[in-house]
Design a protein around this ligand. Structure first.
Ligand code: AMP
Length: 197
């Protein structure tokens, strides 16, 4: 069981790359942002709660997010691998993920962090806003707030897994294909190493 965390600031291409990785490796893709947007679309209580945070570029509270993530993982016991996209975003979420996987005699295999310059990120998100319909993509102030949340609250998750020898930086600039090739090279390496164990 391969559990990969696709990491990086908003707009770093996690969603795009996750979709390509799912095609290639057949893993389950879990994006907490997508799950929240689906709850909002269905106007559930969870969606209404999440929306109030998302609209301001703030994180949805850990307890709510962890509970939603747990349900999604538990609903898919047969998968050979999972790509976590946009989760964990706090140390508390990372600890909860470790505990959840440990219950399944599994663990985080690696965290792959896409690195992108801040100005490029803002441009990419403003561009995405033209088609995504996301209000949190359309306002430069909210985008900068989301980047600040990433830097202050989420980057410690990189360090958390780095201390465990699991974090890798991947250059997230260049074409989609180039970035995909970089990610695939690391995953193939990890895969081969895991099969030799
Ligand atoms: P994303 O689609 O990953 O850019 O997430 C969009 C928004 O959803 C974020 O700005 C947060 O408000 C919320 N969100 C997504 N994932 C999480 C998470 N793991 N923890 C807390 N909030 C999250």
């Amino acid at each position: 069981m391969l559990n990969l965390i696709l990491f990086g600031p908003p707009g770093s291409g996690k969603g795009t790359q996750a979709a390509l990785l799912v095609d290639k490796y057949g893993f389950l893709h879990i994006s907490t942002g997508d799950l929240f947007r689906s709850e909002i679309g269905n106007q559930t209580d969870l969606g209404l709660l999440a929306q109030s945070y998302m609209a301001q570029g703030k994180l949805v509270p850990d307890t709510v997010t962890i509970d939603m993530l747990r349900k999604k993982v538990e609903a898919n016991p047969e998968v050979t691998g999972i790509i976590f996209d946009g989760f964990p975003r706090t140390i508390q979420q990372a600890q909860a993920l470790d505990a959840l996987l440990a219950e399944r005699s599994s663990e985080v295999t690696a965290l792959l962090a896409l690195t992108v310059d801040e100005d490029e990120i803002v441009q990419r998100i403003l561009n995405r806003a033209k088609t995504s319909g996301r209000s949190d993509d359309a306002d430069e102030g909210i985008i900068r707030d989301r980047i600040a949340v990433y830097e202050n609250t989420t980057t410690p998750v990189f360090d958390y897994y780095e201390e465990r020898g699991k974090s890798f930086r991947v250059k997230g600039m260049g074409s989609i294909d180039e970035i995909f090739a970089r990610l695939s090279a690391i995953i193939d390496h990890i895969h081969t190493a895991a099969q030799k164990l």
